[in-house]
Design a protein around this ligand. Structure first.
Ligand code: XMP
Length: 521
């Protein structure tokens, strides 16, 4: 990598800064602001200086919650000068306590006043509480509370247990709420955020995906003029949308390499190819099944499988890229949650997720283009639809980079890949024909390494056991197993054991995450 320079696509209209103090709802807060058509940007409190905040001309700032107590020295703090910048601030939960503490108020901890869950609050007249009744339900989750508001502040809301559920200094446009307006359980949460963003910060609702796509295409048409751009297409939503967007900007100067490792779902490689051929995209598909299977021969350890696939993917991509001559820019389908997560990144590695993020380190490009790095997944989908991608691709369920390799327990062989592809297709067909595609967030079949005795006709069978998995989740960090109708499971089981010779038993996985993960490996 010669340079880490990024081809920027920075948004210039009204922006809200979400200053992240480590709360669990940081993404949700930004999401809610964007639903109101105002661009929200998350920055960890220790990664953005007060000078930068001033330069960036934010219309408002939201302090997120956090897991700590303001009196704990190790807990996140910020330069109190932020309160004097003249930018409106809304502090949420820990963010409100921090605001109170920074401005000279008092925060106390008392077990008897801790609140968790739905709580009634009583509000006074305030610009923040316009268009809502005096009493309403909100979501509380706190032990500490503001026991004395700073000078210049007044209390604008309370609950039975909490004397200060909200405070404000109207003149300085500083607001703090102890509850969580971003959570749907807070009935008037959207109203409160909208009062802050429009009424108090004076933002215009100008963040629309249509404009985003148009603007990005124009920006990249200009900044990538005369450059050769390369993108690794996986067939997933993110890389597909990034590819189409850049294709519309620079046409044939974009080359997409689609590495088919032979571990995709049945017919998936052909489907991806067909879709992109229709758009006349400069696409090279590499059928590298044999190469991958050879490397995976005899490997049973899940982490080793993942590593081998990740590395081989890079090798194949590299070999192909070399044939193309000088490439100036590497394009990637990085999206906003990836950016935010890697910015925090100190959590334990449960599984080494493979994605093309590792590519630039081994190859030489002048710069990287990440056209979707400001977007949430559903915004990416919206852009995809606007660019004409078919719904089946745009709304496709997530599929792991290492593909079926992490759904085949034990050694991977060509025969096992075929068994799993056939079983998985049947399961998906049965869910679709029952019209319940949107019931689980993700569903698939797994081929276990377990064989068992069965009987078919008068003969003994000794085939593999397939497991079916369907999960329901908002964020894939935690998940519930989906209560699929018995009839659907019955049809899938009966068809798989009849139509896939080699599988003689089907089980349904009823484990949630945690303790299990979504994928089996
Ligand atoms: P786990 O198994 O970690 O899965 O609970 C959570 C979600 O992530 C997907 N997944 C992956 N996605 N590369 C990916 O791009 C990977 O290596 C990978 N492993 C798991 C999984 O399908 C689920 O949606």
């Amino acid at each position: 990598m010669t340079s880490k320079e990024k081809q920027s696509n920075e948004y210039s209209a009204d922006r809200i800064l979400v200053l992240d103090f480590g709360g669990q709802y940081n993404l949700l807060i930004a999401r809610r602001v964007r639903e109101l058509h105002v661009y929200a940007e998350i920055q960890p409190y220790n990664k953005i200086s007060i000078e930068e905040i001033q330069q960036k001309n934010y219309r408002g700032i939201i302090f997120t919650g956090g897991p700590n107590s303001v009196y704990d020295e190790k807990s996140p703090h910020y330069d109190p000068e932020i309160l004097d910048l003249g930018i409106p601030i809304l502090g949420i939960c820990y963010g409100a306590q921090l605001m109170a503490w920074m401005a000279g108020g008092k925060v106390s901890s008392a077990e008897h006043s801790s609140e968790y869950g739905k709580t009634s609050i009583f509000t006074k007249t305030s610009a923040l509480f316009k268009n809502m009744p005096e009493e309403s339900i909100c979501w509380m989750s706190h032990t500490d509370y503001i026991s004395q508001v700073p000078e210049g502040f007044v209390i604008t809301s309370h609950s039975v247990k909490c004397p200060c559920a909200a405070m404000e200094n109207e003149e300085k446009r500083l607001y703090g709420v102890q509850f969580h307006p971003e959570v749907t359980h807070t009935v008037y949460g959207k109203t409160i955020l909208s009062n802050f963003i429009f009424g108090i910060c004076g933002c215009n609702a100008a963040w629309h995906m249509e404009d985003f796509a148009k603007r990005s295409i124009e920006t990249y048409r200009e900044s990538l003029k005369g450059k050769k751009v390369l993108l690794a297409l996986s067939g997933g939503v993110d890389s597909s949308v990034a590819a189409l967007l850049l294709h519309q900007a620079i046409g044939k100067d974009l080359t997409c390499i689609f590495v088919d490792h032979g571990l995709l779902r049945k017919n998936e490689g052909d489907l991806v190819e067909q879709i992109f051929r229709k758009f006349d995209l400069n696409l090279t598909r590499i059928n590298a099944k044999d190469r991958f299977l050879k490397k995976l021969k005899g490997i049973t350890d899940p982490e080793k499988k993942r590593k081998i696939i990740g590395e081989e993917f890079i090798r194949v991509f590299e070999d192909e890229a070399k044939k193309l001559g000088k490439i100036h820019v590497l394009a990637q389908g990085t999206i906003y949650p990836d950016v935010v997560e890697s910015g925090r990144g100190d959590s334990a590695v449960i599984k080494s997720h493979h994605n093309v993020g590792g590519l630039p380190d081994v190859m030489s490009f002048d710069s990287i283009a990440e056209p979707l790095r400001d977007l949430f997944k559903d915004e990416v989908r919206e852009v995809g639809l606007q660019l004409g991608l078919p719904e089946e691709l745009v709304y496709r369920q997530p599929f792991p980079g290492p593909g079926l390799a992490v759904r085949i327990i034990g050694e991977i062989t060509e025969e096992k890949v075929k068994l799993l592809q056939d079983a998985d297709l049947i399961f998906r067909e049965e869910i679709t024909s029952a019209g319940i595609d949107s019931m689980p967030s993700q569903y698939f079949a797994v081929l276990t390494d377990l064989r068992s005795v069965g009987v078919m006709g008068d003969a003994r069978t000794y085939g593999y056991t397939a497991a079916l998995r369907a999960i329901t989740t908002e964020d894939f960090m935690t998940a519930e197993w989906t209560r699929l109708p018995y009839e659907v499971l019955e049809r899938a089981s009966s068809r798989i054991t009849n139509e896939v010779p080699g599988i003689s038993r089907v089980v349904y996985d009823i484990t949630s995450k945690p303790p299990a993960t979504v994928e089996w490996e």
